[in-house]
Design a protein around this ligand. Structure first.
Ligand code: AHM
Ligand code: MG
Length: 339
């Protein structure tokens, strides 16, 4: 039985230049994750304990879970001192800290503290997603927006926590993907899914099909392909869509499948955010042998211009993403980004 801390230390031992700062940063993230997990698990108790409104039994203000998660991760990163700036889905601007320790931190973090917001109140799996980059600005001062505007191919690490039927941390430092399950009785993440690999093909597709009429022709044609009758290629495929990127991706990672959030004629850039949704999930997909693109370009090669930038997203089993890209190139040239 290997704990997450043991695994982090082992990984660190393989890198002679490691100072332990990155390990501490990762550890800070897991501490916040455990606290968030505890709150998520008692979310429904609000109704019967009578603290659903503005105040709890102790007279403290109750925060919505996504705001609570955001505060927890920011606090953990602030006190850890390894991180000099954060971009969060919950905050319009960059978060920096007015303390010497953090200003000397080597890393910046982009995060979606609680993804799958429409599922928070209904007891369906949600997640936290994070990207970690090395700062490019001089240490000694707060991190800058430019520290965060790095392409995914510069990532130091990325991962997610899924709060589901069990709580898991899945992450990668660029040497494969490993999954750890939280044992709540001892409060430790234990290695449960070493060296995760996504099947090259699959038969699950995950997309919000209610937006069908707005989809580019390439996506419509790809969906028609998924629904065709061809037992030799296992078609028609099957649809699974939870509406939590982390949960949909996690299932497809284990079973094989594709997740699509395309651009539409109304929103050509789609919905999902590049830095803290698409890039970290793309990194994990590639590290597990899968693929991720915006329909035309590798997600990890896109240079961000803005911390909350959105891009279309196609991620999952390699052969499935390649097939979807083929349909995009063939039918939806107008959606191809101008160079
Ligand atoms: P959020 O960050 O506001 O929760 O939005 C991101 C979520 C993803 O987790 C999910 O896959 C997608 O939005 C669902 O969107 P839709 O409801 O349009 O299908
Ligand atoms: Mg989100």
């Amino acid at each position: 039985m290997k704990t997450l801390i043991e695994f982090i230390n082992e990984e660190q031992a393989h890198n002679p230049n490691a100072t332990g700062e990155f390990s501490r940063l990762l550890n800070d993230i897991t501490i916040a994750a455990k606290i968030v997990n505890r709150e998520i698990n008692k979310a429904g108790l609000g109704d019967i304990m009578g603290y659903e409104g503005k105040q709890n039994v102790q007279g403290e203000d109750q925060k919505k879970l996504d705001v609570f998660a955001n505060d927890m991760f920011i606090e953990a990163l602030k006190h850890g001192g390894q991180c000099c700036a954060i971009a969060s889905e919950e905050d319009e601007g960059l978060i920096t800290f007015n303390n010497k320790l953090s200003n000397n931190g080597k890393y910046v973090v982009a995060m979606d503290p609680l993804d799958g917001s429409s599922n928070i109140e209904v007891n369906v799996s949600i997640g936290t997603i994070f990207s970690i980059f090395k700062r490019i600005s001089e240490p000694g001062k707060p991190g800058t927006v430019d520290d965060l505007l790095q392409a995914g191919n510069q990532l130091v690490a990325a991962g997610y926590i899924i709060y589901g039927s069990s709580t898991m941390l899945v992450y990668s430092t660029g040497h494969g993907v490993n999954g750890f399950t939280l044992d709540p009785s001892v409060g430790l993440f234990l290695m449960s899914h070493p060296k995760m690999k996504i099947p090259e093909g699959g038969n699950i597709y995950s997309i919000n099909e209610a937006n069908y009429i707005y989809f580019p022709d390439g996506v419509k044609e790809y969906l028609r392909y998924c629904q065709e009758d061809d037992p030799k290629t296992n078609r028609p495929y099957t649809t699974r869509y939870i509406g939590s990127l982390v949960a949909d991706f996690h299932r497809n990672l284990i079973r094989g499948g594709i997740y699509l959030y395309p651009g539409t004629r109304k929103n050509p850039d789609g919905k999902l955010r590049l830095l803290y949704e698409n890039v970290p999930v793309a990194f994990l997909a590639e590290q597990a042998g899968g693929k991720a693109s915006d329909g035309f370009r590798r997600i990890l090669d896109i240079q961000p211009n803005e911390i909350h930038q959105r891009t279309p997203f196609f991620v999952g089993s390699k052969h499935m993403v390649e097939k979807a890209e083929y349909f995009m190139r063939y039918y939806s040239k107008e959606f191809e980004p101008k160079k």
